[in-house]
Design a binder for this molecule. Structure first.
Ligand code: FES
Length: 634
């Protein structure tokens, strides 16, 4: 049948969401995506008047570029395959890549669940063992019986003496051996038995060996329950960090720990309590899905976080983290018995804490560098950053790894913003200004009730492009949506009271713009100082790839980030948004001892740059407070 036969259907494969659909000729990509349940943002309703439905052609043939697309995309972007989903019509089977910012928020969360496979080499291995029951002719103790059986069974390790047991594991051996009929699965960590589990059984299936990977963020936690035998993630869960009640950022948490007699214990206990809940929930979810899972079967854990979260969790002192020169108490990797930290895992399980780099660059950043392969891109120049209240940045260039941390503040979490809110239903997440019209998209298509981080970034970017914000960040009365605010200041109206979900206006204020200036100025200054240290000052074109990690980084519109000057002016195809890569790195280290060693190598290679004492930081930061597109007007 000819390729363009009217009855020929085309296959549209949508990546990385992994959906495929057959469509009739003439069906555009936006419609194809909607039909298969993939929701793209379409601010203008699909008429080619916005750019919110941007996608990239990976394979196959699409209809010629429309005038709208030619006006919107640069020659490089068109060459790289960028298209508007509402304008592009398949002319063959096609594979389409959807950038995270073109997906609505719930769809982006699905993208975050990608598995990254590494060769399995877990620190804890299963040993299925059958013991001879004691008799009048065989009066060996239960432990000697176990040691002898282990020595006979394991070729690599010969136990001349009793393998190590924690007291809790040892105390449970006699009872478990008898109740399991002298058949059991041991979880062995080097020469230590960390758990005695029920035997695998042909009818009951294999007893899983479970591991827990956690990324402890200052605001949120991400946890993963992993089968160490298959490497598969059985369940994952997110939760708010309960420490937020004691301070919204790292500095206030450290202050709380330092100024209250039991401050550090309270912060640690709240965190562990939440982790125990999250683990129970994940075990219940995995059990519902057909796996047998219980917290006491979790035999290993890897926890990453920034240095303050690491120290609080590990019950290490944090006083020195809040006082210049802000050094960690411990930067080496740690393996701590889970029970000493209050985590309800298998009685002998350990928690592995990968190494930290500095007081404000922690193991979460190391895990991100590991997961994104930034550490082995010796032939390329790569920037990898994780945006949060603190933004950690690494520049990989000619075998060097240069890292820094900058205080970007909580504006992108919606804090300190007049109508700021977290990314939840009703939050404005995308904004476009088209002439006198202000187009907004809210999470869940709910009536607007506030603005989340990606929304405020978009709003400021659009206001710059429309000339409403001047280089200093002042809002000028040059648009019908500009309203008189306090004193000489103006606000920008995103939603009128009658259109909002709470009957009040949703506004962008001058102070909001200032918060974004401080955040983006700090991040850009960090990037520029690293470029300077690498001998690449003023050469953004030298950057081969720009990796944006973390929840917020996954949600932002990259064009907006470039337009406000937070990121250097690079073509879009050089950016890669990778979601929670720290959580991915933690999972890799959970299933691979080799990856734990690589994490140590990464830390040994990193050259840490302290921005606060860098001679060029203040002038760079002052410069970066201005809006980039308006710089020449300053
Ligand atoms: Fe495609 Fe607006 S929805 S350009």
């Amino acid at each position: 049948m000819p390729e363009n036969s009217p009855s020929k259907k085309y296959s549209v494969s949508l990546q990385p969401v992994g959906r495929r659909i057959e469509v009739e000729p003439g069906t555009n990509i936006l419609t194809a995506a909607q039909r298969t349940g993939v929701e793209l943002v379409s601010l203008c309703g699909g008429i080619g008047a916005c750019d919110s439905c941007k996608v990239r052609l990976v394979k196959g043939k699409l209809s010629p570029h429309t005038l709208e697309e030619q006006a919107l995309f640069s020659a490089d972007e068109l060459e790289a395959g960028y298209r508007l989903a509402c304008q592009a019509i398949p002319q063959s089977d096609v594979v389409i890549d959807i950038p995270p910012e073109s997906l609505t928020t719930p769809q982006r969360l699905q993208v975050e669940g990608l598995e990254v496979e590494v060769p399995l080499d877990p620190a804890v291995i299963p040993v299925d063992i059958k013991l001879d029951p004691p008799s009048l002719d065989d009066l060996r103790s239960d432990t000697t019986r176990l040691k002898d059986a282990l020595s006979a069974q394991i070729n690599i390790i010969r136990f001349s003496r009793l393998p190590r047991f924690s007291h809790a594991v040892l105390a449970s051996l006699s009872e478990k051996a008898r109740s399991f009929g002298w058949e059991m699965r041991l979880a062995l960590r080097e020469d230590e038995v960390v758990a005695i589990l029920p035997p695998s059984h042909p009818t009951n299936g294999s007893t899983p060996l479970l591991g827990l990977a956690v990324d402890v963020g200052t605001t949120k936690l991400a946890a993963y329950l992993v089968d160490l035998i298959s490497g598969k993630t059985l369940a994952k869960a997110g939760a708010m960090n309960p420490q937020i009640a004691f301070g919204e950022d790292v500095v206030s948490r450290i202050a709380y720990a330092n100024t209250h007699a039991d401050g550090a214990q309270v912060l640690q206990a709240r965190l562990v309590e939440t982790l125990n809940h999250v683990l129970s929930d994940m075990c219940a979810e995995a059990t519902q899905a057909g796996f047998t899972a219980a917290p006491e079967w979790v035999v290993d854990a890897v926890v990453v976080g920034n240095t303050a979260m690491h120290h609080i969790f590990a019950r290490l002192p944090v006083h020195q983290l809040g006082t210049a020169p802000y050094v960690p108490a411990v930067s080496e990797p740690l393996d701590i018995p889970a029970r000493e930290l209050g985590l309800n895992l298998a009685p002998g399980a350990y928690v592995h804490l990968p190494p930290n780099v500095a007081g404000y660059v922690g193991a979460d950043h190391v895990a991100m560098l590991l997961a994104t392969n930034t550490w082995q891109r010796d032939d390329q120049t790569v920037i990898a950053l994780d945006i949060g209240t603190n933004t950690e940045i690494t520049l990989a260039h000619k075998g060097r790894l240069l890292s820094c941390s900058c205080a970007s503040g909580p504006a992108f979490e919606g804090a300190h913003i007049h109508d700021g809110m977290r990314a939840a239903p009703g939050a404005v997440e995308r904004v476009q200004i088209k002439g006198e019209q202000v187009l907004i998209h809210t999470i869940g298509n709910q009536p607007p009730v506030g603005i989340c981080g990606s929304g405020i970034l978009d709003a400021v970017s659009e206001m710059i492009a429309a000339g409403i914000i001047d280089p200093h960040g002042s809002i000028r009365p040059l648009h019908p949506a500009v309203r008189k605010g306090d004193g000489m200041r103006y606000n920008f109206l995103l939603a009128a009271a009658g259109d909002s979900g709470h009957g009040r206006e949703v506004l962008v204020t001058r102070k909001d713009v200032n918060e974004i200036q401080l955040a983006k100025g700090a991040i850009r200054a960090g990037i520029e100082i690293l470029m300077l240290e690498a001998g690449l000052a003023g050469k953004p074109e030298a950057i081969d790839e720009f990796i944006v990690a973390g929840a917020f980084g996954t949600y932002i519109n990259l064009e907006s980030a470039v337009r406000v000057g937070m990121f250097p002016p690079l073509p879009l195809y050089k950016f890669r948004q990778v979601g929670n890569a720290a959580g991915t790195g933690a999972r890799q280290m959970l299933v691979s001892k080799a990856h734990r060693r690589i994490a140590e190598e990464i830390v040994a290679r990193i050259e840490y740059i302290e921005l606060s004492s860098h001679p060029d930081f203040i002038s760079e930061f002052s410069h970066d407070l201005f809006f980039v597109n308006a710089r020449e007007e300053v």
